[in-house]
Design a protein around this ligand. Structure first.
Ligand SMILES: Cc1cc2nc3c(=O)[nH]c(=O)nc-3n(C[C@H](O)[C@H](O)[C@H](O)COP(=O)(O)OP(=O)(O)OC[C@H]3O[C@@H](n4cnc5c(N)ncnc54)[C@H](O)[C@@H]3O)c2cc1C
Length: 386
């Protein structure tokens, strides 16, 4: 597989560095500490054409693939301005509509979203189901041709700044389906619709995006709101699993690189005994190991993105990339923190501030253990325990 980036891909990858000239890591950190979405940074990126990277050109997007989306996300994170919103909005939600929407849905939603005028969040997780999405209890009960959606979601990113949510619900409850993957339907829900309510969760995280619980009380939905086929939502969701893993891996790789670069620069200057602490192998080697892990993760992440874009099986590489990148970025932040000594914990240096986002990626969107389950069962063919 050729990993050389073409001119356009290189521009996309470098965009984070360019954007950071106006909205730098300090800006990101200020927003993240206040849990405030960086609207002006988002707007700038949208104006520069980066909100609709994976949206078809006919609907105002750039018509590019997962690799380009991953490069954008990786490049932003490399520059210290990572955004989860690119995973839940342009990838999971707009990507979903682009792939499975009707002509009417694409024309209605995608041009504004690609222009950055509207934002989408993605809602599947529920309090009682957690990682076991098969057991979600939100039900959109068919009433004639329409549906009444009731239920709740938890940990939904960015609801406060979004206009619509792509919501996964059951149109047939779990105990009435033959196969546990039957009976799912994906809906586009207007967040201003009657019966939709949401509340912020007090999170202990340094992150610009806030997390929300959502409640649906008899929300009226029509056939025009169904994304894909009624009862067959699992198949359309399945198409988005690998992009989610890949983009999360891209985000993690960038965070890792950013932390390592800051630490290498700091350790090369900081003198406490006779020379810079970066000369001590106790400081240097953990950074070198983390750098190696990050670059290996980035390669497999790009491989997964290319496989996906070429319509090849991408599950193995996507899951390995998500696992490897999450672990590598945690390792990188940890090594960078140690290299900074006490300064790593100060507001001025902000290394510790990166920890919660890096660490999140071991738990969400899919936890480390389930990623390893996938690799153990689907790649290695070993038996399932749950
Ligand atoms: C900051 C943040 C943002 C998020 N954004 C979104 C979003 O936008 N949309 C959305 O729908 N969801 C979102 N989530 C939810 C996220 O996807 C879930 O938190 C995640 O899937 C884990 O589910 P859970 O928290 O219920 O953990 P649980 O399912 O309770 O699992 C707890 C732990 O048990 C272990 N475990 C669980 N199952 C297995 C298994 N089969 N084998 C081995 N070990 C297992 C794992 O260690 C896991 O971490 C977000 C979460 C956070 C924290």
């Amino acid at each position: 597989m050729d990993f050389t980036l073409n001119t356009e891909q290189q521009l996309i990858y470098d965009y984070g560095g360019k954007l950071a000239q106006s909205f730098d890591h300090k800006y990101w950190l200020e927003k993240a500490r206040k849990n405030e979405f960086p609207e002006d940074m988002w707007r700038q990126a949208a104006d520069d054409g980066f909100a609709g990277l994976m949206v078809d050109e006919a609907y105002g997007g750039a018509g590019l693939g997962l690799l380009e989306m991953a490069l954008l996300i990786e490049g932003l994170s490399n520059a210290g301005i990572p955004l989860l919103m690119y995973v839940v909005g342009p990838t999971m939600s707009m990507g979903h509509i682009n792939l499975h929407g009707t002509e009417e849905q694409k024309s209605r939603y995608l041009p504004d979203a690609a222009a950055g005028k509207t934002l989408f969040c993605f809602a599947i997780t529920e309090p009682n189901a957690g990682s076991n999405s098969m057991r979600i209890q939100s039900v959109a009960k068919p009433v004639g041709e329409r549906f009444k959606l009731n239920g709740s979601k938890v940990f939904i990113t960015g609801v406060d700044v979004c206009d619509y949510a792509v919501v996964v619900a059951r149109t047939t409850p779990f105990d009435q389906v033959k196969s546990k993957t039957d009976g799912f339907t994906v809906f586009i829900v207007d967040l201003k619709a009657k019966g939709v309510d949401f509340h912020p969760i007090e999170m202990n995280m340094i992150l610009p995006e806030r997390q929300f619980t959502m409640f649906f009380d008899d929300v009226d939905l029509g056939p025009e709101d169904v994304l894909g086929e009624v009862g067959k939502g699992f198949a359309t969701l399945f198409d988005l699993l690998n992009p989610e893993r890949v983009t999360v891996a891209a985000l993690s790789c960038g965070i890792g690189r950013f932390a390592i670069e800051k630490a290498a620069a700091y350790a090369s200057e900081r003198v406490v005994f006779d020379g810079p602490i970066g000369a001590y192998q106790g400081v240097q080697h953990p950074l070198a190991v983390a750098k190696t892990q990050v670059e290996m993760s980035s390669l497999i992440m790009r491989q997964a993105a290319c496989q996906y874009d070429q319509g090849e099986e991408a599950g193995a590489a996507s899951n390995m990339a998500k696992y490897a990148a999450a672990e590598a970025s945690i390792m990188a932040v940890e090594a960078a923190l140690q290299a900074h000594g006490g300064n790593g914990f100060t507001n001025e240096y902000g290394i510790y501030d990166l920890y919660s986002l890096a660490r999140l990626m071991r738990t969400a969107p899919l936890n480390r253990e389930q990623i390893l389950n996938y690799i153990g069962e689907r790649v290695l063919g070993m038996p399932r325990s749950y």
